[in-house]
Ligand binder design. Structure first.
Ligand SMILES: C[S@@+](CC[C@H](N)C(=O)[O-])C[C@H]1O[C@@H](n2cnc3c(N)ncnc32)[C@H](O)[C@@H]1O
Length: 387
């Protein structure tokens, strides 16, 4: 691809074009970036390229003659001629993909108060902004276009640097990335990423992408290509938020349990909620091969975690030493929606049947408590369960 950048300050661009991935791509001839100094086309005595604005006002305006001459002398047939400008349409990955299909681009950088309108009317196809803020000149904006476009040119990224599943190319924001060490300042990398199960990793990443996009850029979800499984996951996230709000309004501090990320944590809970005599069989079903994810759901769904009504729900379990490490509390599991929550303040547990009714009046609930090695479950929240 050929890119020509027309500027009054080529020195602002030279450094970045010779470093890192961009520098390598240019050296390898994958992209050809030419810097054109607009001042070289000025025909007045002092090579002036700007003058005071007609009508008064602060700053200087770039003269039409050097700009038009520079564009006309450098534009190639079919070249897309773009003026970097805060008034243009805002750059996004779709536009970057569109530009990457072009054989050549001309990027005109304004400076001072901008460029005489007649020059733009005469020789520019479109205006492009890089965001709703004002820069001193178009040079940094042009560099951003060059950088984003070149990443999509085949061969520019090495085989280990892919652009395929990044933010925006999937229509979503990217999932969190981690590298060595597996633990840094007490913060652990999610277990699923260390497990080596590619299907689990892909599922976790997709869910994290959905989660981040929903939190930070929910409007992207309207246009992102989503599968039915994605939509289901988004409905569950919605539901989980509703439940967390209901719990919090009742003074229960809770977090949604992410079984996909916390295998070790999940395993410890497993021994809390599945009675010893059923554990072997349950383990076989819920932890088949290296696939640990979803174990809690399966334990409840397959009936390994006892789930009986009201008073009968009480069952005794031996307290395990790891209980303290888990911080006590309880697991609240919403069967029909496959949602699990860790409740932090066990003193709030007496409200649970009422909470179940509050959050999901006609749904089936299971509730497991581990703080004293005891387990209580409710399959149905009914008026009768309310203390
Ligand atoms: C100080 S700005 C001029 C701003 C202009 N007076 C206005 O209010 O729209 C100087 C030059 O910086 C570039 N520029 C500034 N902000 C930009 C943005 N958000 N995107 C692209 N180019 C920008 C343009 O080339 C512009 O001509």
């Amino acid at each position: 691809m050929k890119i020509k950048i027309l500027t009054l300050f080529p020195e602002m661009l030279e450094g970045p074009l010779h470093a890192s991935i961009l520098g390598r791509a240019i050296d390898a001839g994958l992209i050809d970036v030419e810097l054109v100094n607009i001042r070289d086309y000025a025909k007045n005595k002092h090579n002036n390229a700007d003058d005071y604005p007609f009508g008064g006002g602060a700053g200087m305006v770039m003269l039409p003659q050097p700009v038009v001459d520079a564009v006309e002398a450098n534009a190639l047939p079919g070249m897309r001629r773009i003026y970097m400008s805060p008034r243009g349409r805002t750059l996004n990955q779709k536009i970057v993909e569109e530009y990457a299909q072009c054989e050549s681009l001309l990027l005109l950088c304004g400076h001072y108060e901008g460029v005489d309108q007649r020059a733009l009317d005469l020789c520019i196809d479109e205006e492009l902004s890089i965001g709703d803020y004002v820069l001193t000149g178009g040079e940094l904006a042009a560099l951003i276009v060059v950088d984003a476009v070149s990443r999509l040119i085949p061969g520019v990224l090495g085989s280990d640097e892919s652009s395929a599943d990044e933010s925006f190319s999937t229509g979503l924001l990217e999932y969190p990335q981690y590298t060595r060490p597996a633990e840094f300042r007490g913060m652990k990398v999610p277990d699923v990423l260390l497990g080596g199960n590619h299907a689990d990793i892909a599922a976790w990443r997709r869910r994290e992408s959905l989660k981040l996009t929903r939190e930070r850029r929910p409007e992207l979800l309207n246009s992102a290509p989503l599968t039915e499984a994605d939509r289901e996951e988004l409905r569950r996230m919605e539901r989980a938020d509703e439940i967390l709000r209901a719990l919090s309004s009742d003074g229960v501090r809770a977090e949604r349990l992410d079984m996909f990320a916390e295998t070790a944590y999940a395993k410890a809970w497993f021994s809390r909620i599945v009675p010893e005599e059923r554990r072997r069989a349950a383990r076989k079903q819920c932890f088949s091969g290296r696939r640990h994810v979803g174990w809690l759901y399966q334990a409840f769904e397959m009936g390994y975690a006892p789930s009986v009504r009201g008073e009968e729900a009480e069952a005794k379990f031996a307290a395990k030493p790891e209980d303290a490490a888990l911080g006590g509390g309880a697991v609240l599991y919403l069967n029909r929606e496959n949602l699990a929550f860790r409740l932090e303040n066990p003193e709030a547990l007496s409200h649970l049947p009422r909470l179940a009714l509050l959050t999901a009046p006609d749904f089936s609930w299971s509730f497991a408590r581990s703080s004293r090695g005891e387990l209580y479950s409710y399959t149905k929240a009914t008026e009768a369960n309310i203390p």
